[in-house]
Design a protein around this ligand. Structure first.
Ligand SMILES: O=C(O)CCC(=O)C(=O)O
Length: 283
């Protein structure tokens, strides 16, 4: 457990080759987390129920998601674009990693536990036939960030994780999950990181109060994001966001492109400095 920010290399080792999770206490200022929390509870009360996952097909009224957070407040952009956090992810996902999703998960009293799972882009790994047969954990496609807005306690559904399971690259076995999991209790302002391959699950909220957290999912740049930023973010508005957030949203990432409409010149490769989109203005 670290207070503040650890050295990058040991943190990367811990995430990939060690226990597979990193808890950074007092990572965010209290005022920032309070502002994010107020906004999330406001949004939850305004929005009807939204899609969720790992609860079977049932509607789950005690559990609420708020999606597309980069478009819903400056505080969210500050949190998801925090360079101290990204510095730990960059060696794992590459310098030009991207944001795949930034959402909130609110467990109201009575919210049920999720099934043990791995996260996107592996979250349908239960259908093994869909996956390349040599898929393993020698490199990671995604890293998850959990930022509690309320204290996570065993009673209110603190996330369960299985240390070292990021090395297995398979869908969690329920029996092993039950035997080997630990609960991540933590205070608001803490940052929890783990590769998407780590077995984990939100747990039942048996308390009398709601438990909210922000969930960030970061991927290597060529993975299609969970949230389609090209449709859920207003591009003109997003061009006013900080450069780092624009990059996380892939605002200037050229692919997929209509290759037929591009001029007949070379663009990629170490000898080319121009983006394929730098044209005479036709794209
Ligand atoms: O909120 C939590 O404790 C974890 C949520 C989670 O793992 C998910 O939705 O994928």
């Amino acid at each position: 457990m670290y207070s503040g920010v650890p050295d990058v290399e040991p943190a990367v080792q811990q995430l990939c080759d060690g226990p597979g999770y990193l808890i950074l206490e007092d990572f965010y200022p209290a005022s920032l987390i309070r502002a994010a929390r107020d906004r999330i509870y406001e949004l939850v009360s305004e929005q009807p129920s939204r899609t969720s996952h790992f609860y079977g097909d049932d509607v789950n009224p005690a559990q609420a998601r708020v999606w597309n957070l980069p478009a819903k407040g400056r505080e969210f952009r500050q949190i998801c674009g925090d360079e101290r956090m990204l510095a730990i992810m960059r060696p794992i996902l590459g310098e030009d990693l991207m944001l795949s999703s930034f959402a909130a998960n609110v467990l109201h009293p009575g919210a049920q536990a999720q099934e043990p799972h791995v996260d996107y882009p592996y979250w349908d790994l239960h259908a093994r036939t869909r996956w390349p047969r040599a898929l393993n954990a020698t490199y990671h496609l995604a890293v998850e960030a959990v930022m509690p807005l309320d204290e996570f306690t065993v009673e209110n559904g603190a996330t369960a994780i299985v240390p070292e399971s990021q090395k297995l690259a398979c869908w969690p076995d329920k029996g092993q999950f039950a035997e080997r999991h630990i609960r991540v209790t933590m205070k608001p302002g803490t940052l929890l990181l783990f590769p998407a391959l780590l077995w984990h699950a939100g747990q039942t909220n048996r308390s009398e109060a709601s438990r909210a957290a922000l969930l960030g999912s970061y991927t290597i740049k060529s993975i299609k994001p969970i949230e389609d930023w090209s449709r859920c973010i207003d591009r003109e508005e997003a061009l006013g966001y900080e450069q780092g957030v624009q990059d996380l949203l892939g605002l200037h990432y050229p692919y997929p492109a209509v290759m037929d409409r591009l001029p007949g010149r070379s663009s990629e490769g170490s000898r080319s400095n121009q983006s394929i989109l730098k044209t005479d203005g036709s794209e």
